[in-house]
Ligand binder design. Structure first.
Ligand code: SF4
Length: 282
């Protein structure tokens, strides 16, 4: 997911079981607090344009992007840990979802609006996969957004859906910029490789250039045009914390509205010239 406030799902959880585990993506001594919880609802109505429901298999996100708007979730869940250092796992999400799907009116589902559904813990718990299996039984149209190559694991499910789209957030083409704003998320190179693999398997793919970080449009167009069916561009929500990051890294010029407008327009023109449809969210 990206920087925009998409939706706040009404989610109720109970029976938390706190465990602390090592994260494979962090340094050895770095830990993330994992709680196993039970959710009362998983399929949540959303006001996001073009979608009926959203699903978030986890609360919190170990990717801990520094600009992440979803850190507001802390206010609702009572977490004291910094954003990126806790994850609640909705252990019963697939069963609850199945129960909800039996009665729900068919509609399109966004997976991952306030968490990354394929963050590292998914490898162990497979909650996102369980939810997709339930959605597949009912053939609800699905849109998934992630930053992680782990999504490739579920290609076998994606190819069975009548209507599915899988997006990778590609916020910049520069690994050094990624390291400043998304220090714990997978490399940009690995995301592009992931899009390629999905695309080659016939899965409909999109790149979410959001939030748009400093980037070289020509390079990104050249790389992505071969592996996506669609592109979405969104701007960063420039909170004080994010502004400070830009200033500290000597990137202040990229904060200007003119930079976003100019770059978004180059991206749009470049992709459209290659027959790729582009939506710019302003
Ligand atoms: S990957 Fe996780 S931390 Fe990064 S923007 Fe998405 S939800 Fe936020």
């Amino acid at each position: 997911m990206g920087s925009r406030l998409w939706a706040i799902g009404k989610e109720n959880s109970s029976c938390p079981i706190a465990v602390t585990i090592m994260s494979s993506t962090r340094k050895l001594l770095d830990v993330i607090t994992i709680r196993e919880i039970l959710a009362k609802n998983v399929l949540t109505k959303t006001g996001i344009e073009g979608y009926d429901y959203c699903i978030n298999p986890y609360v919190g996100c170990a990717h801990g992007c520094r600009y992440c708007y979803a850190s507001f979730m802390k206010r609702f869940t009572g977490h004291m840990e910094p954003w990126g250092e806790f994850v609640d796992v909705k252990m019963n999400a697939p069963e609850v979802l199945r129960r909800q799907l039996r009665r729900a009116k068919k509609g399109s589902v966004l997976v991952g609006t306030v968490t990354d559904p394929y963050q590292p813990i998914e490898k162990r718990y497979r909650i996102t996969r369980g939810c997709l299996e339930a959605l597949l039984e009912y053939q609800f149209p699905v849109n998934i957004l992630t930053r992680s190559p782990l999504v490739i694991r579920d290609i076998d499910l994606f190819t069975q859906f009548n209507d599915i789209s899988v997006g990778l957030s590609v916020t910049t083409d520069k690994e050094e910029i990624k390291k400043i704003f998304e220090p714990n998320s997978p490399s940009i190179q690995s995301r592009i490789k992931t899009l390629k693999m999905l695309h080659n398997e016939g899965v409909s793919t999109y790149a979410f250039i959001g939030p748009m970080l400093p980037l070289a449009p020509e390079k990104l167009i050249e790389t992505l045009a071969k592996v996506v069916d669609e592109v979405l561009i969104d701007r960063l929500n420039y909170s004080n914390k994010v502004r400070w990051l830009y200033r500290n890294a000597g990137l202040t010029r990229y904060l200007e509205d003119a930079y976003f407008m100019r770059t978004a327009s180059s991206l749009k023109e470049g992709f459209e010239n290659k027959g790729i449809s582009v939506s710019v969210i302003c």
